[in-house]
Ligand binder design. Structure first.
Ligand SMILES: Nc1nc(O)c(N)c(N[C@@H]2O[C@H](COP(=O)(O)O)[C@@H](O)[C@H]2O)n1
Ligand SMILES: [Zn+2]
Length: 371
């Protein structure tokens, strides 16, 4: 891999990111056409049903695509989905070389795009900035492999591990800058989930709080449906809200919520695993768990969480009964602890954000099998 290839692939990733949070169930992809060392066309995939990144880049390059090199962050597709195969568009445009960031894990593509281009006499290079390409589409890769959305557990806690005071007060643990990062994270996710307790105690908005940015679907998991008549989440002009509950729960509130434009769905079993399967069927890529400790523990136990984002404030609140971010996981010994992998941390204003991934293999253990 040379520096020029790397910088063109990073350009593809920057282009792809323009559609952050808007492509589900499709990946974010960027493409750049280079002729004689100059960029002559570029594009990104804006969302499902719209042309792929390669098509936009070829359109912009026009006749200059002939004999050119195209960089694309994901293997070109070779199937008829919502759109025709990009391999055929690349062959028709007469490109000489295709530089691919990563192989598409989608079984409908999975190497066949690369094979088709090589059969047509096009030079193909694979794996430039592969790790960065994979990182950008970690939710897409997870969705394809496990047939579930990618789950992120986000919480903010004090230095002594509390997410609220003993009386349940939690505004605010972290500073403005960290809360801004959370708002951006929401804009990048397809759904954000809380439990009924969070609605009753915190009355959150769960929006991205940015004028132009999109909002995730706000999801409430509640068995009893004993929730206030007035909550910010019922203000559906701000963002859509879905309440998932059990069959027959609080019919009066169901009627009121429907009148307010809130979608209420009764599920036969209201577990994190069932909810993730429901959200998979809606085509979602990424789901943000912003719930309290009890629901967080069951989401972890049921492999509905893959990544943890812990915001840690340099504050001590104390309190024997003050809640912590993760409830009982049934572990008795420290050796049973879930040790996060690929851990990183950074400071955001006065706070710290620690990120990491729960150990792989838990999906298989929970019976969710790879294709
Ligand atoms: N290489 C590439 N570029 C894009 O811009 C893409 N969106 C994809 N997506 C792949 O094709 C599948 C979706 O196809 P349709 O949009 O339904 O036609 C998606 O699952 C990826 O495998 N690839
Ligand atoms: Zn395509």
């Amino acid at each position: 891999m040379n520096d020029f290839d790397s910088s063109m692939m990073r350009r593809c990733l920057d282009l792809a990111r323009k559609a952050l949070g808007k492509t589900a169930p499709n990946p974010m992809v960027g493409a750049v056409v280079v002729q004689n060392g100059q960029i002559v066309g570029q594009g990104y995939h804006p969302g499902a049903g719209q042309p792929h990144a390669e098509v936009f880049a070829l359109r912009e390059a026009e006749h200059l695509a002939r004999g050119a090199t195209i960089y694309v962050s994901l293997e070109p597709c070779n199937h008829y989905g919502r759109t025709p195969p990009c391999t055929e568009a690349l062959i028709a445009a007469g490109v000489a070389k295709v530089v691919v960031g990563m192989v598409d894990p989608n079984p409908l593509v999975s190497g066949t795009g690369i094979d088709r281009l090589r059969e047509a006499g096009i030079e193909v290079v694979v794996g430039v900035e592969e790790e960065a390409c994979r990182q950008l589409n970690e939710a897409f890769v997870h969705r394809i492999l496990y047939k579930r959305p990618f789950g992120i557990l986000k919480y903010a806690m004090t230095l002594d591990g509390k997410i609220a005071t003993t009386r349940g007060h939690s505004s605010w643990i972290t500073d403005l800058a960290a809360r801004g990062v959370v708002h951006q994270l929401r804009a990048a996710c397809d759904a954000v989930i809380v439990g009924g307790n969070t609605v009753r105690l915190d009355n959150p908005h769960l929006t991205s709080h940015q004028v132009e940015a999109r909002n995730p679907l706000r999801v409430v998991m509640t068995r009893s449906l004993e929730l206030p008549d007035n909550a910010y989440l019922w203000e559906t002009e701000a963002a859509a809200t879905l309440v998932l509950t059990q069959v027959g729960a609080n019919p009066d509130l169901q009627k009121l919520l429907l009148r307010k434009g809130v979608n209420v769905v009764e599920l036969d079993s209201l577990t994190p695993a069932r909810v993730m399967s429901y959200l998979y069927d809606l085509g979602f890529l990424s789901v943000l768990w912003e719930c309290g400790g009890v629901l967080a523990a069951s989401a972890i136990a049921e492999a509905a969480v893959q990544k943890v984002m812990a915001f840690i404030a340099p504050k001590i609140i104390g309190g024997d009964g003050a809640p912590s971010p993760v409830g009982d996981l049934g572990f008795q010994k420290m050796t049973e602890a879930l040790t996060l992998e690929r851990v990183s941390w950074r400071t955001i204003g006065p706070d710290c954000l620690m990120e990491g991934y729960l150990p792989l293999g838990r999906q298989e253990a929970k019976g969710i099998l790879i294709n």
